[in-house]
Design a protein around this ligand. Sequence first.
Ligand code: HEM
Length: 397
Amino acid sequence: MTAEAIIPPLFCAAHLLGSWDERHPQQAFGELAGQDTPSRPDGTLVIARREEMTEFLRHPAVRATDGTHYNMGAQRPLIPLDLDGDTHRTYRKLLDPLFAPKQVARLEAAIRARTNALIDAFVDAGEAELLTSLCAPLPTHIFIDLLGLPTDDLPIFLDFKEAVVRPQGSTAEEQQAHMRAAGERMYDYLTRVLAEHRAEPPRDDLIGAFLTASVDGARLSDQEIIDICYLLVIAGLDTVTCSLSCMLAWFAEHPAERHRVLTDPTLLGKAIEELMRFESPVPLGHRWVTEDIEVHGRRFPAGSKVEVVWAAANLDPAAFPDPMTVEFERPHNAHVGFAAGPHRCLGSNLARLELRVALEEFHRRIPEYTIAPGKEVLYTNYGVRAAIHLPITFPVA
Ligand code: HEM
């Protein structure tokens, strides 16, 4: 991700509003949540309210894809994101235990060590650009370790996720072509890696777990494992990088709230949840409707593609009183930063762990920091919201 890559297409209904502001999009997302039946000029229906969203996502006629086009350059349905109903449930039953809190807690020491190694590289300089020095490398390293892949392959993952999360091209067709080309490279890579792993005894890593796991009594095929890993690469890297960058940028610009977290560490978990709500790093998802349905008094005709805007629902005043205020101790913070419904994020426990440990260690070693004088934070909201340029200064101990 580079600072030059911030000219986003009109990716979201909120982005079409006059109140859109790349730095502070909350106003526009809040305005969208205020509309009764939002839609895009081309007729695409938009869901922006928390309660309507919950009901819509639970409806059996609501599907994850149109059955032809799959997410992010994939040639086959991504497992489990592009699946529905019983098939989706079967895979979640297999995957959920691998990402349960107890399972991901095993990674805590490694995340702490990796965070500190990255901080070591800039702690004596008194300044740093946090996206490139901490937020981008940390989740990528953790993820490669988790899957059991070689660290030298890191650039392959960074290129791939960049190409599919923020595809180049000025038309949808051009973007699709770029995504498919990157997708093909990733299929080739995963096929090769899997063949290598199959040739050895299963290791204590995620690919090892997939090789020994079974669905309905049958072992996972190579194709199934590849379709799971393809999704994990996209879903598990950029999201944590972007969320961490938004949170560090927010803490840099809100010293009083940062000091509250420093003096009362028990607040950090709540602060992370509240910033997930307020920043909503993944702004939206899409769904398809297979038959005429009515949800919350609104009609959705068969065949509709629907834009589901998590970031707007997180600022819906009916669900979050005074939504524009960041309030760590907000009661009932049922945010949808990790989505809602059957496709709710599989990796939320791992994401929360990475965010907590990274912020704990960063604040322990660099409690005082500000945005570098004369500089400003640059954001993108295209694909995933991130602080793509985050220059800070801090006193050297
Ligand atoms: C702060 C970081 C993260 C955020 C904000 C986030 C957000 C989301 C959202 C919004 C969805 C729903 C997408 C949709 O329905 O269109 C989702 C699904 C998913 N996420 Fe995450 N995610 C994060 C981290 C992770 C990590 C670390 C992993 C894995 C290691 C992961 C794996 C997945 C998977 C596999 C799905 C698909 C679940 C399904 O279809 O049943 N995510 N995530």
